[in-house]
Design a protein around this ligand. Structure first.
Ligand code: ZN
Ligand code: ZN
Length: 227
């Protein structure tokens, strides 16, 4: 076994030397200044590893897996930051419900992340509102609309058969999901005045996508026949 020490390039390259710290200051691949401490908290980035060497050129057989997040402060190291912001998100639309793609994609791709989330949940609210109005003749909105429309007692939109406990659990569980999503994330800008990140908006959109899939399965109930 041999001992190796590393210095790190913010662009995800590693420079190493056997038996002591590498002496060079700059990345041999891209020229960027090398670092050995976390830029956020100044703690040492783990830089030591042991490995057997190839006989032919004295290079290590195994490199350690590099951390993406600082073990002291939890912040991403520069190479991980670049990775996260550069992630290719184009594949998400393949997985999303088509309605989400239709109403959210252009907003999302132009950087209007909160708007795209808001549009998705507004549409869900509008669909449920119209179904609930058809059945009851009553105008409801938001959380209270969801509690009424998906109630396991006489719902406006039936998601599951209600004659068995399992079915009622599903109906009631989705009632909470619809109500909670509308309450917590319908309009992320109005709620916390923060610009939501691209990454968080994807999570929100997947929740909305799930709700659309449930609406596809849902059966809008006939008008109440009351005397
Ligand atoms: Zn480099
Ligand atoms: Zn740190």
């Amino acid at each position: 076994m041999a001992n190796f020490y590393m210095k790190f390039c913010p662009n995800d390259h590693v420079v190493y030397a056997e038996g002591g710290m590498p002496t060079q200051k700059y990345c041999t691949t891209c020229g960027e200044e090398l670092i050995s401490k976390c830029p956020s908290c100044n703690s040492d980035i783990p830089n030591y590893f042991e490995s057997r060497k190839y006989f032919t050129n004295n290079t290590p057989v195994n490199f350690p897996r590099k951390n993406d997040f600082c073990i002291q402060c939890g912040q991403p190291y520069p190479w991980a930051k670049q990775f996260i912001s550069g992630l290719d998100h184009s594949g998400i639309w393949e997985l999303m419900h088509p309605t989400i793609t239709e109403i959210c994609k252009s907003r999302f791709e132009s950087g209007h992340y909160a708007d795209s989330v808001e549009a998705a949940f507004k549409e869900i609210n509008a669909i449920v509102k119209s179904a609930h109005y058809k059945k009851t003749g009553k105008e409801e909105d938001g959380k209270s609309l969801m509690f009424k429309a998906f109630s396991s007692e006489n719902p406006s939109i039936l998601l599951s058969k209600l004659d068995m406990v399992t079915g009622r659990n599903i109906q009631e569980g989705y009632m909470y999901l619809f109500a909670g999503s509308i309450q917590a994330i319908r309009n992320p800008n109005a709620h916390n005045n923060l610009k939501i990140s691209k990454e968080l908006s994807i999570h929100y959109l997947f929740i909305a996508s799930l709700l659309f899939k449930m609406l596809d399965k849902g059966i809008i109930q006939e008008k109440n026949i009351t005397t």
